[in-house]
Design a protein around this ligand. Structure first.
Ligand SMILES: [Zn+2]
Length: 301
């Protein structure tokens, strides 16, 4: 009997300790912040990493969000002061890192079918190219959207933001490289798309005060991390929190990730931070075994 009691106590203590850790270390998002989901690939093809969502999962997740009354905003809309009509009662921001081709073939048709908009973060060195910046496990590669597709999506109301030029951990770059990644990628996107680019997404979600200043200097209105390292009591538009969506997610968990008021939000936030912590390994491997720069698009402005 005492053993059973000890097991029950241990089973109860573990979630309590996890909650306490989350509460003290990160805490709930600042009041008034719009929940932001971070997707990567929406693709039926197999890959070893878990940052993929299948098109069927994606459709189910959007349906659940729609049934629960969520309405989407682009990232620029999410950080702008609410218009005269106010914000939707349940706003959510759907973001897609790396701008893979599958966004146009799988994500966008489903988004438009279900009445959602989105923000896509492009890498200017890899527009139209394969993702050789990543660790291509088993030699599997995924293609990024080309300029024509990005222009079509932008014209259809999808917000195109910058994810830098070459997907490197910006904290380890010198000033000139940092400038090329942050301000240079913005200039290239604006030139190619013919419209202002207001939003940025830190590669690997990693940034520090110097990187944040570079993003501010470049004139971005908003920037996303995946999991800012500290709690922020007020909304910092250049250090926005997001919840990552992974292959293990269900419509139930995505619904909780999109709802800061959910009693289960903390479990999803903590899980997302755990996965992002592991992504640090990919960033490190990228630095150690650095692939040569493509430099397909030069910034001559
Ligand atoms: Zn990325």
């Amino acid at each position: 009997m005492p053993i059973i009691l000890a097991i029950i106590l241990a089973a109860a203590a573990l979630p309590a300790a996890a909650y306490l850790y989350w509460r003290l270390r990160y805490g709930p998002p600042p009041a008034g912040s719009v929940p932001i989901l971070a997707y990567h690939k929406v693709d039926p093809r197999f890959e070893l990493g878990g940052t993929r969502t299948t098109p069927a999962q994606f459709a189910r997740q959007l349906r659940r969000l729609k049934d629960a009354g969520f309405e989407s905003l682009t990232l620029s809309q999410a950080v702008a002061p609410p218009r005269a009509g106010g914000r939707p009662a349940k706003p959510v921001c759907l973001t897609f890192d790396d701008a893979y081709q599958d966004f146009a073939t799988h994500a966008w048709p489903e988004l438009s079918r279900q009445g959602f908009t989105a923000t896509v973060f492009a890498l200017t060195d890899y527009v139209g190219a394969e993702n050789t910046w990543d660790i291509n496990w088993l030699g599997l590669r995924f293609r990024h959207l080309d300029w024509d597709a990005l222009r079509r999506l932008a014209a259809a109301g999808i917000e195109i933001g910058s994810h830098g030029a070459s997907h490197r951990d910006l904290r380890h770059l010198d000033d000139a490289e940092l400038e090329r990644e942050v301000a240079g990628s913005k200039r290239i996107l604006e030139r190619e798309l013919g419209m202002p680019v207001r939003t940025f997404c830190y590669p690997f979600g990693r940034y520090d005060a110097r990187v944040r200043r570079a993003v501010e200097r470049a004139g971005y209105a908003a920037a996303c991390s995946l999991a800012p390292p500290r709690r922020n009591r007020a909304i910092d538009p250049l250090a926005l929190r997001r919840c990552g969506v992974y292959l293990s997610d269900t419509a139930w968990s995505v619904r909780r990730k999109a709802d800061h008021a959910s009693p289960w939000f903390w479990t999803q936030d903590l899980f997302s931070r755990g996965v992002n912590f592991c992504a640090g390994g990919a960033a490190l491997a990228r630095r150690l075994f650095r692939a040569p720069h493509r430099g397909t698009t030069d910034d001559k402005e």
